[in-house]
Design a protein around this ligand. Structure first.
Ligand code: NAP
Length: 492
């Protein structure tokens, strides 16, 4: 597509983050013919969450052909669900193939981002000491990237290796070792699966049990992958198969109401999975959740219940007293001797772009604007922060729908807001405070009714206990992203 600028000066774009969303934004801008694109990445490589998370067993729980850019399908996915390593390789390949790697400034964390109201430009202060300027800023810094480190007494005294799952320590010897996994979310369960096959002992420290949704997993054969390569239409056919998406979106509309039949159906399937797969009654009770299925993010697994029953795995449901040099001491005095402790304790999901200091009009900071909760107008724009756009920002359907599809739809929405700037018809765009306040009021009312607000603890909840996610169904999201409502924005 050609850039539609008239005699307006080309816009300068700063994209913060070179993960899935940042790569998408850079490709889309470059395809439009934009020439002033800079991507700032704090790390030394692209890939975002898939670069940071490389623990054994990491698998994406969105089927692989759905977890692909619509414009860069991948014939080489190894199976129905892809591993983290191959997804990371995919993002690096896409960034390379589309020629955007030279646009990325690696090891360049954006420390501050300040709007100059007189000139309608954003000024960026980088960790390298450099300063940069942009007309448009795209925040593509991800959601789950600040590890939540538990406050466990004595952790520093541990004699073995202890590290967070997203900060993998390659020097830790796992084979034949005694490994403690603290946490039972998606990460903790995947670690149990992988480690149950290679270590001497796994102790999973489980504070709350999780519902496990059984899903199929199967490899794509070499012949199938060759066929995908020769005829990409076969991959399109998978993506165009209504049943493929129907399986993925089977329950998503039910998320919006925790009393919905879809949520009851999820729980029935998960309960049956537990009853049928876990044969030891004592273990079955340890693994039985006491909150509605889907309230914590559902875990999709074809193997957890098999792996957790391996002879080397023990599920500890008691309270941790402290970490001692030899291992983990429980409140009842039990000592679990360990060589390695993996903190699969999740992320601080309310940080987004922070700790970067983002300052909009009249000195308003994002920290101030995000009291009491992070928010954005339809998850993309913020009043008082002109020409600043978020991908997978606060109130996005993160955890509801496949993330690449979300980002692509959000990008289409952003494109439409950028058009008047590109044409020189406006120098700044932002949502009106009134429109955003009305959105938040509606969203909060709806969010209270979602499954995420059904009474458990989970990472969706903001500090006032309200789920910070998109509370409506998939079609509502697609419709909202199809066209911004012009009256909700101020173009200046
Ligand atoms: P998580 O879902 O937040 O789980 C953290 C776990 O650590 C929970 O079991 C939590 O227990 C426990 N925990 C936290 N602090 C603790 C403490 N001080 N003592 C004992 N236990 C503690 O984090 P995650 O497993 O890393 O997953 C985060 C999200 O990343 C997922 O929900 C998913 O969206 C995404 N993810 C996806 C995949 C995939 O595609 N398959 C894989 C990994 C991650 P409580 O439940 O009691 O709080």
């Amino acid at each position: 597509m050609q850039n539609i600028q008239t005699d307006a000066k080309p816009l300068r774009y700063a994209i913060i983050g070179a993960g899935m969303s940042g790569i998408l934004a850079a490709i889309k801008l470059q395809q439009r013919g934009e020439t002033h694109i800079a991507v700032y990445e704090k790390a030394a490589a692209p890939g975002g969450t898939w670069r940071d998370n490389r623990y054994p067993g990491l698998t994406c729980d969105t089927p692989s052909h759905a977890y692909s850019y619509s414009f860069a399908l991948n014939p080489d996915w190894s199976g129905y669900y892809a591993t983290g390593a191959e997804i990371n390789a995919y993002f690096i390949k896409v960034a390379t193939d589309f020629g955007i790697v030279p646009l990325i400034h690696f090891n360049s964390e954006v420390l501050s981002c300040t709007f100059d109201e007189d000139r309608n430009v954003w000024q960026l202060g980088l960790s390298t000491g450099a300063q940069a300027e942009a007309d448009v800023v795209i925040l593509a810094s991800g959601v789950l990237h600040h590890p939540n480190l538990p406050n466990l007494p004595g952790l520093a005294s541990f004699g073995g290796k202890a590290f967070h799952s997203a900060r993998w320590d390659d020097s830790a010897v796992l084979d034949g070792a005694r490994v403690g996994i603290i946490g039972g979310g998606s990460t903790g369960t995947q670690l149990v699966n992988a480690l149950s096959r290679r270590v001497a002992r796994v102790v999973q420290f489980q504070r709350s049990p999780q519902w496990i949704m059984p899903v199929p997993q199967f490899p794509y054969s070499a012949e199938e992958r060759e066929a995908f390569r020769k005829d990409p239409a076969l991959m399109e056919a998978i993506r165009n198969d209504p049943q493929y998406w129907a399986n993925i979106y089977r329950f998503t509309d039910g998320l919006t109401d925790f009393t919905s039949p879809q949520m009851a159906e999820i729980e029935t399937i998960c309960r049956q999975n537990l009853e049928e797969k876990v044969t030891d009654p004592a273990l079955r009770e340890k693994l039985r959740p006491n909150y509605p299925a889907g309230c914590k993010r559902l875990i999709y697994s074809w193997e957890y219940y098999d792996c957790v029953q391996a002879p080397c795995v023990y599920v500890e449901t008691g309270s941790i007293d402290s970490i001692v040099p030899e291992g983990v001491r429980m409140r009842d005095g039990t000592l679990h001797p360990l060589d390695v402790i993996i903190l699969a304790t999740g992320f601080k999901a309310d940080q987004f772009i922070r700790p970067t200091t983002v300052t909009g009009r009249a000195g308003l900071t994002l920290d101030e604007f995000w009291e009491p909760r992070p928010t954005a107008h339809y998850a993309v724009t913020l009043p008082g922060f002109p020409n600043l756009f978020m991908l997978n920002g606060p109130t996005s359907p993160v955890g509801n729908f496949p993330l690449i599809d979300i980002a692509e739809r959000q990008w289409d929405y952003i494109e439409q807001l950028l058009a008047p700037l590109r044409q020189g018809a406006a120098v700044a765009v932002e949502p009106t405070p009134e429109a955003h306040a009305a959105y938040e009021t509606r969203r909060i009312a709806a969010a209270r009714k979602t499954i995420f607000g059904a009474g458990c603890t989970n990472w969706y909840l903001d500090k006032t206990g309200i789920p910070g996610t998109w509370p409506w169904g998939y079609q509502a999201f697609a419709d909202a992203m199809a066209a911004p409502v012009a009256e909700e924005f101020r173009f200046s």
